[in-house]
Design a protein around this ligand. Structure first.
Ligand code: ADP
Ligand code: MG
Length: 580
């Protein structure tokens, strides 16, 4: 029988390999800009035609290449960045796999012009289907210029797979922005079909973000800074008040490399979850510095996913850094009248009133604040201060109906009108009580005289074995594990509304569903479940006393403004701003 196995030609091998690195024009841009950055360029210019399908040209003022390097840089696995596998553990350059130029050369027409500062005259090389077509000497500036023309000209299937110019351009600018933000000291200019899109002089990180996203970001950003032995964190968190209903700008970097990580994204998101509504997404620009030997960037050809040695610790540090940033910036949540049906304000007829009244929401409202900033005080002091003032500040309490009441607060001689949603407030109070109880189990750990027996199915027994320590941290000290039951010698403080067995079930459920296995998030989810289970009764809260009590308790919460489902509990209006 005739043999049916062939060895693929180098050309085909290259084209297949190229598919991993180069999917679309955006991937070309990424690889080429990263090369320019690795070559220590100060200024990078990008010229694009037809969303990169026709032309991508990158001109840099970096180190350039000698004639010899220029002839081998298009070969497979040619790199100046590593020589041994150990080097990968210390990698600080963007590239190191030596695949980009060879991949690009196998699927497009490529022209390279380059000169180092040590030479007087540069080199120009034309590559066609991975082969050097011609090579000449040419007068050049120090640096490199690469043109990539007719992408996928030799792979029609991939060419057809490309999307409209508009969509390819979107991908391309996404990649451009990711890199431009991290490399703020580099000047970038990018033009498409003759039109300049961005012209960005060198600057600092914050100004680079403003250069790209506009001046409104000046107000919007809270600095984040944290230095620990395993990771240094810096950057900005978009002010949660301004959080977007669509996915915001979310930029996360490790050693200046943009990465995607839904796990670490969750850390940042959970740091703001209490102060944004459930359909909002926080913006952030966070930079992590980690010793290169503690991460592995070589798990993905595009190096956009990174493996961390201690991801769990980084998660916690990231979360607390963001929380601290919010605390220090005295943030209170977004109060969006227009999207909350239940809080709708009657719209005035603009024809009968010459100027439409503007309602400004005092987003920096803080009932605890006197002259000192909240961030400087610990919670106890805040509450002391608050209790002391409370009789004076709450006034004009008036019930509206079974759902709402209104009241005023005088604070710093400014009187604000507030609307409280009774049910949401009761839930918020309950939720925080449960969190408090479950979090401080070290103090509350209850030794039981006769061990409590809890029946468990066999599958869950494995889960319990795996998470014995975590369960103990939450309050359940397990003394015995059998096939279908366990015995616990200590339990958390009993909650009024739910038995210890039921609570244990809830924890197990969270352990099953929650892939983070982090104590605080398990407690958070469990507290939510418990609170939702409890039927809060707001109907009899309708007189002066009971309402004032509810308002006090709500304002005493860590976060008095947002209900557990992400909708407002209390919203406030500064009357001075009604007409301006
Ligand atoms: P890698 O970046 O992984 O090393 P590439 O295929 O992207 O692999 O590039 C191969 C080599 O070509 C690089 O290691 C570098 O030495 C050289 N090179 C590529 N682009 C440039 C540039 N813009 N300036 C100077 N040298 C470059
Ligand atoms: Mg490279």
């Amino acid at each position: 029988m005739k043999s049916i196995i062939n060895i693929l030609s180098p050309e085909v091998i290259n084209q297949i390999a190229a598919g991993e690195v180069i999917q679309r024009p955006a991937s070309v841009i990424k690889e080429l800009i990263e090369n320019s950055i690795d070559a220590k360029s100060q200024s990078i210019e990008i010229i694009i035609e037809n969303a990169g399908k026709k032309l991508i040209k990158i001109i840099d003022d970096g180190s350039g290449m000698s004639e010899q390097d220029a002839t081998i840089c298009f070969q497979k696995h040619s790199t100046s960045k590593i020589t041994s596998t150990e080097d990968i553990m210390q990698i600080l350059t963007m590239g190191f796999r030596g695949e980009a130029l060879s991949s690009i050369a196998s699927i497009a027409d490529v022209e390279l012009q380059t000169k180092t500062k040590f030479e007087d005259i540069g080199t120009i090389i034309h590559i066609d289907n991975s082969n050097i077509k011609n090579i000449k000497k040419i007068a050049s500036q120090t640096g490199t210029s690469i043109s990539v023309k007719n992408l996928f000209f030799n792979i029609p299937a991939r060419k057809n797979f490309l999307k409209s110019d508009q969509i390819e351009m979107k991908h391309l600018l996404e990649v451009f922005t990711q890199i431009a933000i991290a490399h703020h000291k580099v000047a970038f200019k990018i033009q498409h079909n003759g039109k300049i899109i961005y012209n960005l002089p060198p600057t600092n990180t914050k100004q680079r973000i403003i250069q790209i996203f506009g001046k409104r970001y000046n107000q919007k950003m809270l600095p984040v800074k944290e230095e620990t032995s395993i990771v240094e964190i810096s950057g900005f968190l978009g002010n949660p008040i301004e959080s977007k209903k669509t996915r915001g700008e979310q930029f996360l970097y490790v050693n200046n490399r943009f990465i995607k990580s839904s796990y670490l994204n969750h850390a940042i998101k959970s740091s703001v979850q209490d102060i944004i509504t459930k359909d909002q997404h926080p913006s952030y620009f966070i930079f992590m510095r980690i010793a290169p030997n503690l991460i592995d960037v070589n798990i993905h050809p595009n190096k956009i996913e990174v493996k961390f040695e201690d991801e769990k610790a980084i998660y916690q540090i990231l979360k607390s850094a963001c929380k601290r940033s919010i605390g220090m910036n005295n943030i209170t949540p977004s109060l969006d009248f227009t999207t909350e049906e239940s809080f709708e304000i009657p719209v005035y007829n603009t024809k009968s009133i010459p100027k439409e009244p503007k309602i400004k929401i005092n987003t920096s409202f803080n009932p605890f604040e006197k002259n000192t900033r909240r961030a400087k005080e610990n919670t106890e002091n805040i509450h002391e201060l608050f209790d002391h003032q409370i009789q004076n500040i709450i006034e004009n309490v008036m019930n509206i109906d079974s759902q709402y009441a209104v009241f005023t607060i005088i604070q710093n001689n400014i009187r604000t009108l507030n609307i409280i949603d009774k049910k949401r407030s009761l839930q918020r109070i309950k939720y925080e009580e449960v969190i408090e109880l479950l979090t401080n189990q070290k103090i509350a750990l209850q030794k039981v005289i006769t061990p409590l027996k809890i029946n468990i199915n066999q599958i869950d027994i494995e889960l319990i074995k795996e998470n014995r320590n975590l369960l103990q941290e939450i309050g359940y000290e397990i003394s015995e594990i059998k096939n279908n039951y366990i015995k616990v010698s200590s339990t958390p403080t009993k909650l009024q509304e739910i038995s210890l067995e039921e609570l244990f079930e809830l924890f197990l459920e969270q352990l099953k569903n929650n892939n983070t296995k982090i104590k605080s998030s398990i407690i958070h989810e469990t507290a939510l479940k418990i609170t939702r289970k409890i039927h809060v009764k707001q109907n009899n809260i309708d007189n002066q006393n009971s309402l004032t009590e509810l308002i006090k308790k709500t304002l005493n919460c860590q976060n008095p403004f947002i209900g557990i489902d992400g909708t407002p509990c209390i919203i406030n209006i500064e009357p001075n701003n009604f007409f301006d």
